[in-house]
Write a protein that binds this ligand. Structure first.
Ligand code: HQG
Length: 181
């Protein structure tokens, strides 16, 4: 499969496994899973046919491992990034001492005033390295990387979780834990 097709399938899956499952008549279970067979049928019915092999290739080779199969291989879900209500059922996990958030200058004033908020997603997304955070910020313009004192946050009871693809998730980051790289 060429890169263009892979990206097209990845975007289609992200749209329907994170944001608008009902657009193609799908219902996610409470943890965000959908039967592979139901997903393929729904895609086909909406004129976006893909083969089981293509689905496997996209899930396995995705640059950010955005999707994952269940252990039995019968279900698939997005690993994070949902705007629809899901409970990914991830365990609370002690974070590394420092995490990073990539953003852009125009958001800094509200971020430093009110902290990082989840906005349309479930959680604030934090990166384990400054490089990854920079790439996240670059989606919107010249990146600005903020540090998050995750050790101090965890110490005062904030709950961190980590997605299957290594994104750290926390409901919010108060401004006092933020710093500049
Ligand atoms: C900003 C991509 C104003 C925040 C990436 C960000 C990531 C505030 C934007 C994943 C704010 C939200 C998530 C506040 C936060 N006031 N702006 N108080 N608090 N913001 O897309 O972290 O390709 O929901 O800085 O790689 O950019 O989709 O979050 O700029 O992992 O798999 O509000 O999305 O992954 O934007 O990106 P987003 P994000 P995928």
């Amino acid at each position: 499969m060429d890169t263009e097709r892979r990206v097209k399938i990845s975007k289609y899956l992200a749209r329907h496994l994170r944001h608008q499952p009902d657009r193609i008549g799908l219902t996610l279970d409470p943890a965000g899973w959908v039967e592979v067979a139901a997903l393929l049928a729904a895609c086909r019915a909406r004129g976006f046919a893909l083969t089981p092999e293509e689905l496997h290739e996209v899930v396995e080779t995705n640059d950010k491992k955005r999707f994952a199969f269940s252990e039995d291989g019968l279900r698939v879900r997005a690993s994070q990034g949902h705007t629809v209500e899901v409970d990914l059922d991830l365990p609370v996990t002690p974070p590394p001492p420092v995490l990073y958030h990539g953003t852009v200058a125009r958001f800094l004033e509200p971020i430093l005033r009110e902290g990082l908020r989840a906005m349309t997603r479930h959680d604030v997304h934090l990166s384990p390295t400054p490089e990854t955070a920079r790439r996240v910020g670059e989606r919107r313009g010249a990146p600005v990387v903020l540090t998050v004192d995750a050790a101090a946050m965890a110490e005062s009871g904030h709950e961190f979780r980590v997605s299957a693809n290594g994104v750290w998730l926390v409901p919010a980051v108060p401004p006092s834990y933020l710093g500049f790289l």
